[in-house]
Design a protein around this ligand. Structure first.
Ligand code: UVW
Length: 217
């Protein structure tokens, strides 16, 4: 039976894409090119160094590993400054209520995030206490769509994957959940998240009883 929900952070609990965009664009400008919002979409759910590699490719630039480390660190310093101003107002609609409804039903919650800043962001959002476990980019070798991060989340909760439901907004994230052997709830468009078992437009449409019934027919 279903005993836990494991959530992605960026795009599900809060929208960090806008802060990543500001910081990545500064980096691109320093390097002499530009990125736009459409390109930024392709970075959603992608970790720091993989994002930098995509940006450099987009700008037609090649840097040494040492140079990449410097630029990635500078981007992160600027990003950390931006997220320092986040507050409970940055929670996406329905996020807190969804987490609370899971807890009230005696089920557990986990976070599976590609961001190394996940814990900081949860603290700014005031929802740290609503998560039983956190797996972030520091704890895994392979990023989504590899199932590692969701499998580790289940393991840290002491559960098997079939006892967990994963919640994601990105195609690669849904792939990771399905490869982990979990029921997948997509946040977004059914036409985009075709591998999801159920798609809702946002956590304001989170219906605990419905999802548990769908996941354990
Ligand atoms: C991402 O870019 C998603 O992660 P970080 O916050 O670790 O840079």
């Amino acid at each position: 039976s279903i005993k836990a929900f494991i959530f992605d952070l960026d795009g599900v609990i809060t929208d960090t894409a806008k802060f990543h965009f500001i910081a990545w664009q500064k980096l691109a400008h320093r390097l002499g090119f530009d990125i736009d919002h459409a390109f930024n979409e392709t970075l959603k759910g992608v970790g720091r160094m993989d994002s930098l590699n995509l940006i450099l490719k987009h700008g037609g630039l090649t840097l040494s590993d040492a140079e990449k480390e410097v630029h990635a660190a500078q981007k992160n310093d600027e990003y950390v400054e931006l997220i320092a101003d986040m507050s409970t107002a940055d929670l996406l609609p329905g996020a807190r209520a969804a987490l609370e409804s899971i807890r009230a039903a005696g089920l557990r919650t986990g976070l599976a995030s590609a961001s190394k800043n996940a814990s900081t962001i949860l603290a700014r959002l005031g929802v740290t206490d609503l998560f039983d476990t956190i797996v972030d980019a520091r704890d895994v070798i392979n990023g989504k769509p590899d199932p590692e991060i969701f499998l580790k989340g289940a393991q840290q909760l002491g559960l098997s994957p079939s006892e967990c439901i994963g919640v994601e907004d990105a195609v690669a994230g849904i792939q990771a959940i399905k490869s982990a052997g979990m029921f997948a709830i997509g946040i977004g468009e059914p036409s985009v998240l075709t591998q999801a078992d159920k798609v809702i437009a946002g956590l304001q449409f989170f219906d605990l009883d419905e999802f548990i019934q769908l996941a354990q027919p």
